[in-house]
Design a protein around this ligand. Structure first.
Ligand SMILES: N[C@@H](CCC(=O)N[C@@H](CS)C(=O)NCC(=O)O)C(=O)O
Length: 252
């Protein structure tokens, strides 16, 4: 039995959740509340000493890094293939997954940490939060938490994240004008990766991602939203983050 340690169906956690659901692989779900810092508690650090989510345990091995984790899921289990066999399409899928993970994702994430994680964390006792942050194993995550908690993302870095997000929305719209899916003709891990990053853009970037400006992105998001695996996965969400998916309901 696969064990998956995850937060909301969103960003990195949502990638293996959706890939497992598409393959029809049952898994033991371990929900960690990122905002309560469950990922830095000793029970979880015993699984993943970096204190990041998601992590998957299968046949005694611990897998981290959500994108290669999805490739593992696709290669290891029966079910519909989620990687193209055509080398050009596979290259295109991996090119976009790299772009999502290295450029588009971190920009959307910084904006999210600034508008969602920061204000939520500020409702808690500051001294307790400070002490909890000092215990975070990875320096990069300690910095993100400090900046979110003390509202220290600079105007320059937020402006650059907004610029990159808008640039990337445009790049994705152009790509989906030429190709039905991220890799080309078939639904793959590239779409699962992109959906987890982009499903809330019509909400968080409503001026830039909408039916008028980005009809191809909207059609692609709605197509993925309609899949049973997507519905099943987002039903596991417990916060308002997951409820943003409802924006993709077909209009009457
Ligand atoms: N590259 C890793 C990134 C994992 C990561 O940083 N996940 C975030 C959540 S999306 C996290 O664990 N944050 C915990 C924290 O900042 O305390 C992956 O793709 O799995």
């Amino acid at each position: 039995m696969v064990k998956l340690y995850h937060w909301e169906p969103n960003a990195n956690s949502g990638k293996p959740m959706l890939a497992l659901a598409e393959k029809g692989v049952p898994y033991e779900s371990h929900y960690l509340d990122l905002l309560q810092m469950d990922q830095h508690k000793p029970e979880y650090l015993a699984v993943n000493p970096d204190g990041t989510i998601p992590a998957m345990v299968h046949e005694g091995r611990v897998l981290t890094e959500s994108t290669p984790m999805m490739e593992y899921v696709d290669a290891m289990f029966d079910g519909p293939p989620l990687r193209p066999t055509d080398p050009k399409e596979r290259w295109r899928m991996r090119w976009w997954m790299r772009y999502f993970d290295a450029y588009f994702g971190p920009s959307v994430s910084m904006i999210g940490w600034n508008v969602f994680v920061g204000p939520t964390a500020r409702q808690r006792d500051p001294e307790e939060m400070k002490a909890a942050i000092e215990k975070i194993p990875l320096e990069s995550r300690r910095i993100a938490w400090r900046k979110a908690l003390f509202n220290e993302f600079t105007e320059e870095e937020l402006a650059e994240s907004r610029r990159r997000t808008i640039f990337s929305i445009d790049a994705l719209e152009k790509h989906l004008t030429k190709h039905k899916f991220i890799a080309g003709e078939s639904y793959t891990l590239g779409d699962i990766n992109g959906f987890n990053l982009a499903y809330a853009l019509p909400f968080s970037q409503a001026d830039h991602c909408n039916d008028e400006k980005t009809p191809k992105i909207m059609a692609w998001l709605r197509w993925i939203y309609a899949r049973p695996a997507t519905k099943e996965t987002w039903a596991k969400g417990r916060t308002e983050l997951a409820s943003r998916l409802k924006m993709l309901e077909p209009k009457n």
